[in-house]
Design a protein around this ligand. Sequence first.
Ligand code: HEC
Ligand code: HEC
Length: 195
Amino acid sequence: MRRLALVAGLGGVVLAQSVPAEEPVGNPAEGKVAAGLCRTCHGLNGFARIPIAPHIGGEHPSYIRHQLEAFRSGAREHEIMSVVAAALTDAQIADLAAWFAIQRIRAELKPGVDPHAAPEACALCHGADGLAVLEDAPNLAGENAIYIETQLKAFRTGRRVHEIMSPIASDLTDDEIRAAADWYAAVEIEIEPPP
Ligand code: HEC
Ligand code: HEC
């Protein structure tokens, strides 16, 4: 995030050269324009407007990029997103990732909720409050419980595959999935544009 702010300040060209080829640096201003395609579902800032769409504002750019590439290649499938991603170029994906990643997300547990009660097996990477502590892990804070549950079951059945999440999900019972989904869905979030 900090690096992206820096990129914007210095001008993309200079920094694009110092970043390895596999980490394309997008242009958030271009991404904002392209995000017009996403706003009915994810909102312009990545605060979702429909329950089935996840919040994507404030996710790490590499997470957003990897998911869009996965939808485009068919590695991850969804009736809406596969179609949306199929039409995106690498540059648009990088720009969209840059735009959604510079949004600032704040998460707060409901008053009186003890952070130590967070699902232990998840908090290590997704945080007790659902803000990811690992670069490639998504925020779970405030996502709809049904979305979280669906993704965990997709990892468990192999419909969605990830080297870390697939083995974790395959060990979860339905009750554990529901408990984790309810915990993170209950977190209150705000997503704001950068200053
Ligand atoms: C018509 C609604 C709709 C539109 C338009 C749409 N999305 Fe989505 N998006 C969804 C839904 C629904 C999902 C959840 C997919 C699933 O369940 O696997 C999703 C998932 C995603 C994810 C994965 C997030 C995660 O946490 O794993 C990303 C990234 C994403 N969309 C980006 C975009 C971008 C960028 C655009 C615009 C170019 C866009 N979407 C347009 C509905 C939409
Ligand atoms: C070692 C780190 C790690 C741990 C522990 C972990 N996760 Fe994950 N999680 C990830 C990563 C990395 C991804 C991104 C997967 C991908 O790119 O498809 C992810 C993705 C997810 C997603 C998909 C979210 C989305 O927006 O689509 C859900 C839901 C999830 N994890 C829930 C959990 C739950 C619940 C637990 C505890 C039972 C857990 N995770 C434990 C690293 C972790």
